[in-house]
Ligand binder design. Structure first.
Ligand SMILES: [Zn+2]
Length: 354
């Protein structure tokens, strides 16, 4: 038993969604997963600019650190602020002190100012997708830690999927992609099977039928929130990591949800599975093994104890011998300032969505 753990890893995040909380109601109430994307997330990402992206990422990264999460794999989209967006997110994560692995999610659903979710898979790559790939390439070639991001197969032409896979190979990194999250993306496995490599990050895989190479990112709370179904991550031989899909970065909370979601239909399920998924994130960020996170609970390293103890708080975080959180408060940045700037940015963002 111990009060301490390593730094925790959020294996799939959307830091741009930190300011979505409290956003105006969508024009129509979504009645399907695709309609959630169309009415909420694709309206939100189109309203982002670089200033909003920075404060959204700073808030999300700060909330992660205060929950003992010292590393984040992020998937970003901002179709009207593509260039430099990954560097902006990195600077926010650096300011807070968390490690990051960033991707820009390319898609063919935009042509100029027109958005269409019905993408012809045999069409040529759009200029918008080309710009997204260029942002991934610019960021990674300039020394940024990242993967090549793809939104999802169902919003991309085959031409774009191949170009993303080729670019990732050239850069020596994987592809970070949503796969079969909803039934709209049911063909994803088939379309990606010849492309996916061991270094790919396959996110969701709720309706995946074919085995794909790569690590699976399981996001149990988000999947429930979007009513897409249970992903049954244990049915695949792949390594599984745990993500939040943009709903904060409280990873002990995500472990509890992953466990209880698994247990809901399997009385033999053990929280040791969810704990393993959390630990597997360390392969993307070996440095978190040197972090020391102290918790308000003396069995914070025990899956069975954590699964049944809601409300465990992070009291301190030490990285590279430096105390980044002390008595639950950040030592290197001003949380009140981040909250104030994020509130200003969210006012601008929400006005654009009204
Ligand atoms: Zn996601």
């Amino acid at each position: 038993m111990s009060f301490t753990t390593n730094g925790l890893v959020c294996g799939h995040h959307h830091l741009y969604s930190s300011l979505a909380r409290g956003m105006p109601a969508p024009p129509q109430t979504p009645t399907s997963f695709l309609s959630v994307l169309e009415n909420v997330w694709w309206r939100l990402d189109a309203a982002l600019d670089l200033d909003i992206i920075y404060w959204s990422a700073a808030l999300g990264a700060a909330e992660a650190l205060l929950n003992g999460t010292t590393a984040i794999i992020d998937h970003h989209e901002s179709p009207f602020a593509i260039e430099d967006s990954l560097s902006i997110i990195q600077s926010a994560c650096d300011m807070v002190g968390v490690s990051s692995n960033l991707s820009y999610g390319v898609t063919d659903r935009w042509t100029g100012n027109t958005m269409s979710s019905a993408v012809d898979t045999s069409s040529k790559m759009t200029e918008e997708a080309r710009r997204g790939l260029a942002e991934n390439e610019r960021f990674i070639r300039s020394g940024g830690r990242g993967m090549v991001g793809v939104h999802a197969a169902f919003t991309c032409a085959d031409d774009t999927l191949h170009a993303a896979a080729d670019l990732a190979k050239q850069l020596g990194v994987g592809v970070h992609i949503h796969v079969a999250e909803g039934l709209d993306d049911i063909d994803a496995g088939q379309r990606l099977q010849s492309l996916a490599q061991d270094d790919w990050l396959i996110v969701h895989a709720v309706h995946l039928k074919e085995k794909l190479n790569g690590t699976l990112a399981h996001n149990p709370r988000s999947n429930m929130n979007n009513a897409v179904g249970y992903a049954h991550p244990t049915k695949w031989p792949n390594d599984v990591i745990l993500g939040t899909d943009g709903i904060g970065a409280d990873m002990l909370e995500e472990v509890r949800i992953a466990y209880v979601r698994q247990r809901e239909s399997d009385i033999t399920a053990s929280p040791e599975d969810a704990w393993q998924w959390l630990s597997n994130g360390e392969k993307f960020f070996p440095e978190v093994r040197n972090d020391v996170v102290t918790w308000s609970y003396d069995h914070s390293d025990s899956p069975w104890h954590v699964a049944f103890t809601p409300g465990i708080r992070c009291t301190s975080v030490s990285r590279n011998g430096e105390l980044l959180v002390s008595d639950g408060q950040p030592t290197k940045f001003d949380m009140n300032e981040i909250r104030a700037k994020a509130a200003e940015a969210s006012t601008t963002l929400h006005e654009r969505l009204s």
